[in-house]
Design a protein around this ligand. Structure first.
Ligand SMILES: C[S@@+](CC[C@H](N)C(=O)[O-])C[C@H]1O[C@@H](n2cnc3c(N)ncnc32)[C@H](O)[C@@H]1O
Length: 284
């Protein structure tokens, strides 16, 4: 299917800009690859299955899935960043994979026939999804009865720099919505139940480590510019008004309070959420 011009709001255009820029060196990071392989393990993909990879990026999961499902299977990877998809496409071409289709599309506005996919996968992308409940309901329809959705997302407590930044911004009356995180385990489960999924299994893994004060301090610029990817126009205008030098000093002071002999604990609680569509197709 040829790529369509996407009709995106400002929030999504900011995401596209971010990932178009990141596409150049996105594959240098090994961390995300590790996440993809874990998700793949949990999703138990098998030969000839049909897979939908949401926010496929440079195609890690799509390609790994395509190798498992074989020529009798099919993988569709969707992403809103044309340049991330360009990287994915060149990898698919280099591997001569004929069972992968990469589509430029907003995962919140996709439309496939009901009951099309055995697995729906989503790694390192769910935090960006604007209306998570609506998206899950839509994706549920695409899943075949008995199919499985497997979503990876960092927990609210993950990344100390982001946690401290949120705490500092709160003091200026700015409430970042957990960087679009998924909430507590219980609210996360509810989100999936409300969308129709059953047998929800949330696996929690900790990939955290101690990091140096200086390394987190050095992330200030990146973190603050990341906040400007908020989906709320109100938050964006509030952010534009805060005294940045003062906020930065508060950020460093709060980080100092977290110092231990080993460094600062950089939590990386990671959730793998698995949900099933019942064998008998019932309306949501
Ligand atoms: C951190 S990357 C993850 C890429 C890949 N899944 C991985 O784990 O390596 C996030 C990707 O989600 C995409 N994305 C964000 N929001 C999206 C949306 N609404 N629809 C489709 N893709 C989206 C971004 O363009 C980006 O390529």
């Amino acid at each position: 299917m040829p790529d369509q011009q996407l009709d995106l709001n400002d929030y999504k255009r900011r995401i596209v800009d971010l990932y178009n820029r990141r596409s150049i060196n996105y594959d240098h990071g090994k961390w995300r690859l590790q996440i993809c392989h874990r998700l793949l393990e949990y999703s138990q993909i098998s030969y000839q299955q049909h897979i939908l990879d949401i926010g496929t990026g440079t195609g890690h999961l799509a390609i790994a899935s395509a190798e498992i499902v074989g020529v009798g299977g099919r993988v569709v990877g969707v992403d809103i960043s044309p340049q991330m998809l360009d990287v994915a496409r060149s990898k698919v071409k280099a591997l001569s994979l004929s069972n992968v289709e990469l589509q430029l599309a907003d995962a919140e506005a996709i439309n496939y026939p009901a009951n099309s996919f055995d697995r729906i996968l989503c790694a390192n992308t769910f935090p960006w999804i604007e209306d998570k409940q609506a998206a899950l309901r839509t994706w549920y329809k695409f899943l075949k009865p008995g199919g499985l959705i497997a979503i990876h997302t960092p927990a609210n407590t993950a990344y100390v720099g982001q946690v401290v930044l949120r705490s500092v911004l709160k003091r200026y009356g700015i409430k970042l919505d957990h960087s679009n995180r998924i909430g507590s385990i219980e609210s996360c489960k509810q989100l999936f139940v409300n969308a129709g999924f059953e047998g929800i299994d949330i696996k929690t893994e900790q990939y955290g480590s101690y990091v140096s004060f200086d390394s987190v301090k050095a992330k200030w610029e990146e973190l603050i510019s990341f906040s400007f990817h908020s989906k709320s126009e109100e938050i964006l205008s509030q952010l534009a008004l805060i005294p940045l030098a003062e906020a930065k000093a508060k950020f460093e002071m709060e980080l100092e309070t977290l110092q231990t002999k080993k460094g600062i604990w950089d939590d990386l609680t990671t959730l793998y959420i698995l949900g099933h569509k019942a064998e008998i197709n019932k309306p949501v």
